[in-house]
Design a protein around this ligand. Structure first.
Ligand code: PLP
Length: 382
């Protein structure tokens, strides 16, 4: 199977697997317990925290391990709600957020959610950010660093800077950025959320980076682990694997985009549109608007040909309805049903992109044949 859905999840990297096994064998004790094996586990946990903090150039105290980015968003919005002054009942989020941000914002701020619009290429309009920040000072501004659906990159440095200037807390969901692009500047936010399984770590592990002024942050409550920032027994093996995976990714961050670009040219010849084409995008992601046939039909056909790709039309498999992200970019509900997402990984060879382009041609012929047969069947039925 040629795997082209890395934005959904990436396979566990060899370094992560190795780290997971070693940590599971050597440090299985509960790091909060009072005896020596637990103390060793605790030291190991702090080593992992220090290594992760080192990737970002921050103090280890600012790293909070979580179960992933969905937990992180819920915890951050919940905490901001709890601690915001009563004259700040609103939050501003971009129109292209992942559902974990959209839903958490809705849950904790309800009618106070202000949506920051994007251009046709899916990029935040900074003038509108300024308007929202000056119209009513929100408790938080939250902007996705890079889109899971389109790969479009946001001007997040500018947003963090603007928020700081007017004394508004800021958050970025950097799930798709971290492990694909350089990390410089990310720690200019008050809260950064990330997820291990998007860059070769295991599922169910992630982290929050706290800004220097957020040391009182309390997400999940309970036994007081993670310096009381996030209660719950830490998944030491998962954390070690995630840190190893990120280390591996960061040591090789310069992708060769030639094969991807050649793929894009071939798909454009087939009549496909490229979402966010005129702006900066993740090097691994191509969001296609196909001229014909619903995305599920392409996905099924390509699956049969040995290729796994993502759909751009719904939040997740089995959910109906056009993606709010594509709708915010001005894509019609009808067009959104024909959206596809291709996302490669660091190990995707150039030959894989070529094979995928060939498979698209084959799939198109097969879909045309299917349609011809369907038409014939309906004529016979009439
Ligand atoms: N944010 C973005 C941009 C994502 O792509 C995802 C994963 O689908 C998430 C958040 C949720 O991450 P997790 O699976 O760690 O909860």
């Amino acid at each position: 199977m040629h795997y082209f859905d890395h934005n959904a999840t990436a396979p566990l990297s060899p370094a992560a697997r190795q780290a997971w096994l070693e940590a599971q064998d050597a440090f299985w004790a509960n790091p909060s317990s009072p005896y020596r094996p637990a103390a060793r586990a605790r030291n190991f946990l702090e080593d992992q925290r220090a290594r992760l903090a080192g990737f970002f150039g921050i103090h280890p105290e600012r790293v909070v391990f979580t179960s992933g980015a969905t937990e992180a968003s819920n915890a951050i919005f919940g905490w901001v709600r709890e601690t915001a002054s009563s004259d700040r009942p609103a939050v501003a989020i971009s129109a292209v957020e992942h559902p974990c941000v959209r839903e958490a914002a809705k849950r904790f701020f309800g009618g106070g959610v202000r949506t920051l619009p994007v251009s046709g290429d899916g990029v935040l309009e900074l003038a509108r950010v300024d308007e929202v920040l000056s119209a009513e000072t929100p408790a938080l501004v939250s902007v996705l660093a890079a889109s899971n659906e389109t790969g479009v990159l946001q001007p997040w440095r500018e947003v963090a800077e603007r928020a700081r200037r007017v004394g508004v807390r800021s958050h970025t969901d950097a799930v798709q950025w971290i492990g694909k692009l350089p990390l410089d500047g990310l720690t200019g936010f008050d809260f950064v959320s990330a997820s291990g399984h998007k860059f070769g770590g295991p599922k169910g592990v992630g982290f929050i980076l706290l800004g220097p002024e957020q040391s009182g942050f309390r997400g999940q409550l309970g036994g007081g682990q993670e310096n009381d920032h996030r209660s719950g027994t830490e998944d030491l093996a998962g954390i070690a694997a995630m840190v190893a995976a990120l280390g591996e990714r960061l040591s090789n961050l310069s992708p060769d985009c030639a094969a991807r670009d050649a793929f894009v040219s071939r798909l454009k010849q087939q009549g496909a549109g490229i979402l966010g084409e005129a702006t900066g995008r993740l090097p691994n992601t191509v969001a296609l608007l196909m001229p014909r046939f619903e995305s599920i039909r392409w996905i099924t056909r390509l699956d049969r040909l040995g290729f796994a790709i993502g759909s751009g039309s719904a939040c997740s498999t089995g959910k109906e309805g056009p993606s709010p992200v594509l709708r915010a970019m001005g894509v019609s509900p009808e067009e959104a049903q024909r959206a596809l997402r291709i996302s490669a990984g660091p190990g995707t060879p150039a030959s894989g992109w070529q094979a995928l382009a060939n498979a698209f041609s084959q799939a198109e012929s097969a879909l045309e044949r299917d349609e011809g047969e369907d038409r014939l069947t309906s004529v016979i039925e009439i």
